[in-house]
Design a protein. Structure first.
Ligand SMILES: [Zn+2]
Length: 341
């Protein structure tokens, strides 16, 4: 049992500089247990230290795994087994993170444009909860794991980003920060510290490979990318252009998800333009359950985005306030076919 000891971790993205206190996480807690390399260090408040980064990763992965566990069949288990191995900082000198079906791996890197800024993928809660999302999706539906279908590969990346967004919303301090931000903007449907996934990481990625990141983050869930068949856009290039690569194309699904989430939150909040922290938390649980329900049992199909959109609408049906919202968003963004004209 963890005691009363607290650890200092990032509130969300390291670039904000905002930290918070959290109960010391237990990575060995069942059912979704982790095994970390390196071994557990002392608690540290030094945000530049490997010890601090260890506890950021431990807290984010524990929080993320606990968030998804209620959606998993009992007894819940990782695909590789009872323990998921996590390599927090592999020395390959690359800015990277990966779930290969067995192990979560994170590394660090820099860019000539920002020589003083060394970014550790394993110290960014968004990246941690994105990779965790891959491992969770693997549990929810093993049939989707083999590569080969463009829209399924892109959906996997979208699921990682949706996991990062929903896991971030489990942090009450961050919900307060976000609500202050979005209420100042007058709408939740706006570019915000929630929609901007991996801001610090994206800054360095953009300097190294401009096509792989957006101007202010790695990928922004607040976007207006409409669906186009991937085969018709395969040869495009450019950071703000939609391409058929999984990370780029994933933004189509993530954008629709995020717009639907904002509208579902407004529909449920007592004051639609001023949701409370608790209303936001509950909406995130509803969205988690809708996503998980639509993923479980999904078949491999070339038109996976439209298929998943239809499954999400079905999964949202038990709450009368919801199905019209994703129907509108997915249709308007051409993910679902609209009326024949
Ligand atoms: Zn990914």
């Amino acid at each position: 049992m963890p005691g009363n000891e607290m650890v200092t971790v990032w509130e969300k993205d390291p670039s904000s500089g905002r930290t918070r206190q959290a109960p010391k996480p237990d990575i060995n807690e069942p059912p979704l247990r982790f095994y970390f390399l390196p071994p557990e260090p002392p608690v540290s408040d030094d945000t530049d230290s490997a010890d601090f980064r260890y506890w950021v990763a431990a807290e984010a992965l524990r929080r993320g795994a606990d968030f998804w566990t209620p959606c998993l069949k009992v007894p819940a288990s990782w695909i590789p087994g009872e323990m998921l191995q996590v390599r927090l900082d592999t020395p390959n000198g690359d800015l990277n993170s990966d779930y290969d079906g067995n192990i979560l791996t994170f590394s660090h890197g820099s860019s000539p444009a920002y020589p003083g800024l060394v970014v550790y993928a394993g110290a960014t809660p968004d990246i941690l909860c994105h990779e965790l999302g891959h491992a969770i999706l693997h549990i929810l539906n093993k049939d989707l794991w083999p590569p080969g279908i463009v829209e399924i590969e892109a959906f996997k990346e979208s699921f990682g980003d949706m996991s990062a967004i929903l896991c971030a919303l489990q942090v009450s301090e961050f919900r307060d920060t976000l609500l202050a931000e979005t209420q100042a903007a007058g709408t939740f449907w706006v570019s915000s510290s929630l929609s901007r996934i991996a801001e610090q990481f994206g800054k360095v990625v953009r300097a190294v490979a401009p096509e792989d990141a957006e101007v202010d983050c790695l990928r922004n869930a607040w976007n207006h990318h409409d669906y186009e068949a991937p085969a018709t856009i395969a040869d495009r290039h450019g950071p703000d252009m939609l391409t058929a690569s999984p990370h780029s194309f994933s933004r189509v699904f993530t954008g629709a998800f995020y717009e639907a989430f904002a509208a579902m939150l407004a529909a449920k909040a007592a004051k639609s333009t001023r949701p409370t922290s608790e209303e936001l938390r509950i909406a995130s649980i509803h969205m988690r359950d809708i996503l998980a329900k639509s993923v479980i049992g999904a078949q491999r199909r070339d038109d996976f985005f439209g298929y998943m959109a239809a499954r999400m609408i079905d999964a949202s049906a038990p709450d009368a306030a919801y199905p019209a919202i994703p129907t509108d968003v997915f249709t308007r963004r051409s993910i679902l076919p609209g009326a024949i004209v």
